[in-house]
Design a protein. Structure first.
Length: 184
């Protein structure tokens, strides 16, 4: 199995919208759900305009604070993975109990339903951290912070070498289960 991480492009936004509106993703990344969310409680599924507004401005790698990539398995797009330096998010870093220097946050979603429950999450996380995030200068640790009820995601982080360190409540976002992986 070949896992690659092409940069997210404008051409990917309609697929991303479909993924964000899939029930298994929407529960955690929907319009009203946590850090990947697009709006506030009670909102509906992501519209094309909302997805474009949130994701299109960050497609320029020079300007983006968050680096977004498609998860591709054997040439087939199956999800989204993103990382961001915590020094660009000092309030969030403080809320989760992490210093911002040298840290990076990471989020992922497996959007294609037939790719869920196949053990891809840990493999994707491990490869992305090694090949992409730790390739960035100055990054010494990566933090994954899924919702504590997202058992599938919490397990994926732990299987990918992340260590659970604490739970935190982020204002405006809710509870998160903090997992950390240090550069070896």
């Amino acid at each position: 199995m070949q896992i690659t991480f092409p940069a997210l492009t404008l051409a990917d936004l309609s697929r991303l919208r479909r993924w964000l509106n899939s029930p298994h993703v929407y529960e955690w990344w929907g319009v009203d759900s946590g850090p990947g969310s697009l709006g506030g409680p009670g909102d509906q599924a992501a519209t094309a305009a909302q997805v474009r507004e949130k994701y299109a401005p960050g497609l320029d790698p020079e300007a983006a604070g968050t680096h977004r990539h498609v998860i591709s398995i054997d040439g087939h797009p199956v999800g989204l993975i993103q990382w961001y330096p915590l020094d660009g998010e000092p309030e969030y870093a403080a809320a989760i109990g992490e210093g911002s220097s040298g840290g990076a946050g990471i989020d992922l979603l497996i959007g294609e339903r037939d790719a869920v429950d196949r053990g891809l999450g840990p493999q994707v996380l491990d490869a992305f951290v090694r090949e992409v995030v730790f390739a960035a200068p100055g990054i010494t640790r990566v933090i994954g912070a899924p919702h504590p009820d997202n058992v599938r995601s919490c397990r994926a982080f732990e299987k990918a070498g992340f260590v659970f360190v604490r739970e935190a409540t982020v204002p405006g976002e809710g509870p998160e289960r903090i997992h950390v992986r240090h550069r070896s």
